[in-house]
Design a protein around this ligand. Structure first.
Ligand SMILES: [Fe+2]
Ligand SMILES: [Fe+2]
Length: 309
């Protein structure tokens, strides 16, 4: 599938689980915030929201990928980082878990002007349930009826679709690794029947940067981050990967899967791996040890820049 090569992609981490003032920057590649210079303090939360800026020959398009777990961190951090909701051109949803759409309706309500394109997989509207060692949680439902009346231009997909004609949402991820399997505690309801959730609704956002290759951005990466990157490579026909970013949902899968994933990422050999959100502390530490030169932790306020050349 052909997508245009962009001049640059910038991702600003609006909401994520972490903030650590001691995490280093890399000039021109990864810029961390200086908290004392911000208008107000940032909030970390168990949720995800990225502000992705695509630069195509100098024309900038801004995509909000995911809308955090609630309006509180989303609006606090948009304000702290001095962004206006009306400067955002489109919304993309990684999957149908509430820590990724918790601030969506409030975001849409705050905008003024015409409908905003919203890109999501058809299955995000199915009720989601989580069975944990501490009991059953959910169902959570993202309401299609509520979204339809929220001044949006709805773009639902099953397979790959373009976002603003500049980036790609993969659609249902083809799983090829064998070791990346969603945990049985994730459930969903289809026509009133409960079943294991294999996350057909989860998709990566993929952009191509001139001379740099792929930028692959995941939400929770429930289908497996290696599966997601491999599928992005297959869809675009481009193997070179400059950035892999997302929550990797790894710690609960155990040491063996973590090791396989590290090996899978090693084979892909991205220039930079940045993980946060649901990756889990143990997996983060193992990734940090495995990739001493090209792994960084995703923190709120961090800006990652992939510039063509
Ligand atoms: Fe999540
Ligand atoms: Fe999730």
């Amino acid at each position: 599938m052909k997508i245009p090569a962009l001049q640059a992609v910038t991702v600003e981490i609006l909401v994520d689980n972490f903030f650590d003032v001691f995490e280093p920057s890399r000039p021109g590649i990864v810029e961390r915030v200086v908290p004392g210079r911000l208008k107000k303090p940032l909030l970390a939360a168990h949720g995800l929201a990225y502000l992705i800026t695509l630069n195509r020959r100098g024309k900038l398009s801004r995509i909000l990928m995911d809308a955090a777990n609630s309006p509180l961190p989303l609006f606090n951090n948009l304000e702290a980082l001095e962004h206006d909701v009306n400067d955002i051109d489109a919304v993309a949803l990684s999957h149908g878990h509430p820590d990724h759409y918790g601030g969506l309706f409030e975001f849409l309500a705050k905008r003024t002007g015409g409908p905003i394109p919203v890109y999501l997989h058809k299955d995000v509207f199915l009720p989601k349930i989580l069975i944990t060692p501490r009991g059953r949680i959910g169902p959570w439902v993202l309401s299609l009826a509520q979204l339809v009346v929220a001044n949006v231009e709805l773009n639902e997909n099953l397979g790959p679709q373009l976002v603003l004609d500049q980036a790609l949402l993969t659609g249902t991820v083809e799983t090829t690794t064998g070791y990346e399997k969603p945990l049985p505690g994730f459930r969903r309801q289809v026509a009133g029947q409960e079943e294991q959730d294999l996350f057909p609704d989860e998709q990566a956002l993929v952009a191509v940067v001139e001379g740099r290759g792929l930028v692959v951005i995941g939400g929770c990466s429930h289908p497996g981050i290696v599966n997601m990157v491999k599928y992005a490579q297959k869809l675009t026909g481009i193997n070179k990967v400059s950035l892999v970013l997302g929550g990797f949902h790894l710690t609960p899968h155990g040491d063996e899967v973590i090791q396989h994933t590290i090996q899978g990422l090693r084979e892909i050999n991205p220039e930079l791996i940045m993980a946060g959100h649901c990756t889990g502390f143990k997996a983060l530490t193992k990734l940090a040890v495995a990739f001493p030169d090209n792994f960084m932790v995703s923190c709120v306020g961090t800006k990652v820049m992939v510039v063509g050349g």
